[in-house]
Design a binder for this molecule. Sequence first.
Ligand SMILES: NC(=O)c1ccc[n+]([C@@H]2O[C@H](COP(=O)([O-])OP(=O)(O)OC[C@H]3O[C@@H](n4cnc5c(N)ncnc54)[C@H](O)[C@@H]3O)[C@@H](O)[C@H]2O)c1
Length: 359
Amino acid sequence: MNVLIIGLGYAGTRFSQAFSNLDPAVTGNEPVEIAYVNRSPKSNGYRYFSDIETALKEFEPAVVVVSVNDEYHIDVIKQLRGYRGFVICEKPLVHPQDDLDEVEASLKHTSGFALDLVERYSDASITLKQYVKDHNLRLVRANFYWGKDRINDHRPTSGVISEIIHPLDLVQWVSGGDAELELKDLQGIRSDFSISGTAVLDSAAITANLAGAVVTGYSSFVNILRKREVDLVFASPANKLIFATMIFDTPVWDIDYLRIWEKTNTGERVIVDLKTEIDESRPELNTIRKLIRLVGDAAGFAASGAEPSQPFADLPSSLKLQKLLNRIDADARTIGPVQYVVGSEREFFNDETNWERLG
Ligand SMILES: NC(=O)c1ccc[n+]([C@@H]2O[C@H](COP(=O)([O-])OP(=O)(O)OC[C@H]3O[C@@H](n4cnc5c(N)ncnc54)[C@H](O)[C@@H]3O)[C@@H](O)[C@H]2O)c1
């Protein structure tokens, strides 16, 4: 199976590792061949193409991964017009200024599409989603806190919309139903945290409605410690309150936690208490354990039409999420800009071993 990765930086490299570590049965034992398009070639042994058109023509990929920086997604997507294979696109789908009709038209011939919303592949979110469905729970209230530190990171970014997309998706994903999140109040903070500008939206706080439930949350790219938590309160058909909390990538990447419980006269009845297990014997899978599930689903679907383990974050749902992000970007009442460049020039730290640079 030929896989073309467009943009081989941090995210693209993780995709190459995930595809390289796939169970061969997923592709019907067809070996995975990786090629890539990047601004410059790398010494990694993979076939390099300097442009997308030649790569599509000569390599004929069954799967294309779009993992260039946010602001270039649209250029790449436009060049995929007419492509008939499967596309995996890094989040966010595009930059807020980009034309969504153009995105839709460019990708309309693809055999399948998945936005990389990797937390959908966590055992925590999968288990909660299933529990909510099996017990017919109705969301009453949700609150999230989702942040990490990207201050003075060398990579360009569209800002906090690239981070808040995860909890916005998760709340809707686990609670099920077709209702769309309606954003209400939006507040934000701008800063020069990124090389992408002097007043990029680095954090956002939202209030929203989801099928009668109230959703609130805060997300940030300048949170000095990684924190990824979603709390939810549901009502059961027996009119009991059911509580759930999900914590992701804590204390290390890929370790996720889910607790579901109800209150009783004598305390609590714990319904689910789950912490994801890591197979320590396979360190090559560090940080890609959820990604490899998405990649396996995409490769299986592309190879034989196999049903994915989770429904893909397909193009219609990705476009809906993008519209929410565009509203946050355009309409948040903001304060700032905060100045993180406190000296005469920006200070970069090039610690290649720092996993905090992921995500
Ligand atoms: N899902 C996640 O948790 C997650 C994690 C990290 C990054 N991302 C996303 O992945 C994307 C890439 O981020 P990154 O951290 O890997 O950035 P990066 O800067 O490390 O890598 C981007 C790569 O794309 C290449 N590139 C840029 N424009 C190109 C173009 N027009 N044609 C060909 N190559 C091009 C660059 O040379 C670079 O190698 C972003 O959209 C980011 O939001 C998602």
